[in-house]
Design a protein around this ligand. Structure first.
Ligand code: NDP
Ligand code: GUA
Length: 496
C-alpha cells in the first residue's frame, strides 16, 4: 500500500479535500432532483493511491433508471424548441463554472482516478473546451436549400435533434469523456441520461451540480450510477432512447451495438485502440522522444490513444532508445496529489496485473529492460521501457493500458506501415519524420482515424475524434461531432 501520509498537504487544502465540498455528491441526479438510491444501495469509490474509500455513489434501482429515461423524454420537446442562443448561453455559463472550479474538479479527478494533478487540470480544461466549443456551435445549426431539378419545388433540409441520448463513459477521463458527449447533445437540442463508470462517478456528478447552477432545466441532463448491465439494458431496450454514445472496451461496445439493433438506435462507439508510433531515420531525435513520452505515458498509459507499439527504424533505433531511456528513467512515480508526480497509480489491481503480464511475456520472448520494471507498490507501476520486443509480443496485440513502452526495430517505410496496420484496431497512430514525402505517404497509408505527426498530443475539442476498423463508429468533437446528434429532415415543398 502506498503511503498517503507523505503527501498530507497540498497548498491550503488537505490531500483530497475540495474548497467546495458540495461538489461531491452521493445522490443520483434525475429530473433536476438529487435522489438517494432506492433502499440506500451504493457503490464504493476508492482512491487508487491509498486504496481508501473516498466516496459513495448511489446504485440506482430499475425504477430510478427508468425514471431518468422518462425525465429526459419529458424534457425533450421543450429543450428541442428552445432558442439556440438560449441553449448556447446556458452551455457558456456551464463552461465558465467548470473553469471557475478547475482546481476543485482537478482534485476530484485525481482523487477518484489517481492521475497527477497537472494532468487532471489539463483534463478539466480539455473537457471544458467541448462545452465552450458547442456553446458557440449551438447557434450555427443551419439548414440548407437545394436547387430543385424540376420547376415549382423548394427542397429544404432542416436539422432536428434526434431525441433522448444516453452517454456511457469510462474511468480514464471521467470529466472530459462526459462533456465530449453531453455538450454536443445539449447544443443540438437533445436530452441525455449519463451513466459514468462505477470507479469514477464523482466527477460526473460534480459536472451535473455545475450544469444545474448554469441553469440547465430539469430532465435535460440526468446522471445515474449503479449496475452497468441493468442500466445499459434499460437504455438499449428503451424505444425513447434514440442514440447511445459509448466510450470503453470493444467488448462492451459490441454488446451495446447488438442490444441496440432491435430499436435501430444511432451509435457512437469509441472503443479500444492499439496505436502505433513509427519513428523514421530522418526524425528529429528530441521530437521523437517527446512524442513517445507523451503518446505513451499520458495518463500513465491508460488511454485508448496511447502509443501501444513503438517502432523505430534501424538507423535511429539505438540513438532513440538511449535518449528515450534517459527520459523514462526521469519520470517521477507517485501520488497524484504530489505536484512532482508524472505517473500516478493505475486505476485498479487488474490494471496492474495486465501490465505485468505484458511485461513478463515480452521479457520471456527476448525483450530487454532499459528502464523501470521494478516491483509495483500498491497500484503504482514503475514506468518501464523494453527494447528488442518481438513483433508479435502480447503488448503489440492487446491494449496494455499502462506505463509500459516496448520498442521494435523496422527496416523500410513499407515494413513500418505493414507493422502499424497489422491490427484489427485503428483509432490513433503517430509518426515522426522530417521528410514531407514520408509524412504525406505514411500519414495516408496508416489505417487509423487520427494521426499525430511529430506530436503525441492530438486531442482538442475542435477536431473530430474517432476511429476506423474495430475502434468504433462516429466522431466526437468539432462540427462533425454535432451532426451525430442531429437528423437531417428533407422537406419537399411542391406547388410553388
Ligand atoms: N476506449 C477507451 O477509452 C477505454 C478503453 N478501455 C479498455 O477496456 C478495458 C476494460 O476497462 P473497463 O473499465 O472494464 O471498460 P468497460 O467497457 O467495461 O467500461 C466502460 C463503461 O461501460 C460500462 N459498462 C460495463 N458493462 C456494461 C454493460 N453491460 N452495459 C452498459 N454499460 C456497461 C462501465 O460501467 P461500470 O464502470 O459500472 O462497469 C463503464 O461506464 C481497459 O483495460 C481498456 O483496455 C477502458 C476504458 C476506456
Ligand atoms: O478514450 C480515451 O481513452 C480517452 C481519450 C483521451 C483523449 O481524448 O485524448
Amino acid at each position: 500500500m502506498a503511503d498517503a501520509g507523505a503527501n498530507a498537504e497540498n497548498g491550503a487544502l488537505a490531500r483530497g479535500a475540495l474548497s467546495r465540498a458540495d461538489l461531491i455528491r452521493d445522490k443520483a441526479y434525475i429530473d433536476g432532483k438529487w435522489l438517494e438510491a432506492d433502499g440506500g444501495a451504493s457503490i464504493d469509490v476508492d482512491d487508487p493511491f491509498t486504496g481508501e474509500i473516498i466516496g459513495r455513489a448511489p446504485s440506482v434501482s430499475e425504477d430510478q433508471a427508468k425514471a431518468a429515461i422518462s425525465s429526459a423524454e419529458k424534457a425533450f420537446p421543450g429543450w428541442a424548441k428552445e432558442l439556440t442562443r438560449h441553449r448556447g448561453a446556458i452551455l457558456r455559463r456551464w463552461f465558465e463554472l467548470v473553469m471557475d472550479h478547475q482546481e476543485d474538479l482537478a482534485r476530484l479527478i485525481t482523487l477518484e482516478n489517481g492521475k497527477p494533478l497537472k494532468e487532471a487540470r489539463a483534463e478539466v480544461a480539455y473537457g471544458a473546451g467541448f462545452i465552450e466549443f458547442y456553446a458557440d456551435e449551438a447557434g450555427r445549426i443551419f439548414g440548407e436549400t437545394i436547387p430543385s431539378p424540376v420547376e415549382g419545388r423548394r427542397l429544404l433540409l432542416e436539422p432536428e435533434p434526434i431525441g433522448v441520448c444516453a452517454a456511457i463513459t469510462p474511468w480514464n477521463f471521467p470529466l472530459a469523456m462526459l462533456t465530449r458527449k453531453a455538450a454536443p447533445a445539449l447544443a443540438a437540442g437533445c436530452t441525455m441520461v449519463a451513466k459514468p463508470a462505477s470507479q469514477t462517478p464523482l466527477s460526473a456528478y460534480a459536472l451535473a451540480v455545475l450544469a444545474e447552477e448554469a441553469g440547465l432545466p430539469p430532465g435535460v441532463l440526468n446522471v445515474v450510477t449503479g449496475k452497468a448491465g441493468m442500466i445499459g439494458g434499460l437504455l438499449t431496450a428503451s424505444s425513447a432512447v434514440r442514440k447511445i454514445s459509448f466510450t470503453g472496451s470493444t467488448e462492451i461496445g459490441a454488446k451495446l451495438m447488438e442490444a441496440s439493433a432491435p430499436s435501430i438506435k444511432r451509435l457512437s462507439l469509441e472503443l479500444g485502440g492499439n496505436a502505433p508510433l513509427l519513428i523514421f531515420d530522418d526524425a528529429d531525435l528530441e521530437t521523437a522522444v517527446e512524442t513517445a513520452l507523451v503518446a505513451k505515458f499520458r495518463n500513465s498509459g491508460q488511454s485508448c490513444i496511447a502509443a501501444n507499439r513503438i517502432y523505430a527504424q534501424k538507423g535511429i533505433y539505438e540513438k532513440f532508445l538511449a535518449a528515450f531511456a534517459a527520459r523514462v528513467d526521469g519520470l517521477v512515480l507517485g501520488d497524484g496529489f504530489d505536484e512532482k508526480s508524472d505517473i500516478g497509480p493505475l486505476i485498479d489491481e487488474p490494471g496492474v496485473a495486465k501490465v505485468r503480464e505484458h511485461l513478463d511475456e515480452a521479457v520471456e520472448g527476448g525483450a530487454k529492460v532499459l528502464a523501470g520494471a521494478g516491483a509495483s507498490d500498491g497500484r503504482l507501476m514503475p514506468p518501464t521501457l523494453l527494447r528488442d520486443v518481438a513483433p508479435d509480443a502480447l503488448l503489440t496485440r492487446e491494449e496494455t493500458f499502462g506505463p509500459l513502452a516496448g520498442v521494435i526495430p523496422f527496416e523500410t517505410a513499407e515494413d513500418g506501415v505493414r507493422l502499424a496496420n497489422d491490427t484489427p484496431f485503428g483509432l490513433a497512430a503517430y509518426l515522426c519524420s522530417e521528410d514531407p514525402a514520408t509524412i504525406a505517404r505514411v500519414g495516408r497509408a496508416i489505417e487509423s482515424g487520427m494521426v499525430g505527426i511529430n506530436t503525441g498530443l492530438i486531442s482538442t475539442a475542435v477536431v473530430p475524434f474517432g476511429g476506423v476498423k474495430m475502434s468504433g463508429l462516429g466522431r466526437e468533437g468539432s462540427s462533425h461531432g454535432l451532426m451525430e446528434y442531429l437528423n437531417l429532415k428533407y422537406l419537399c415543398h411542391a406547388g410553388l
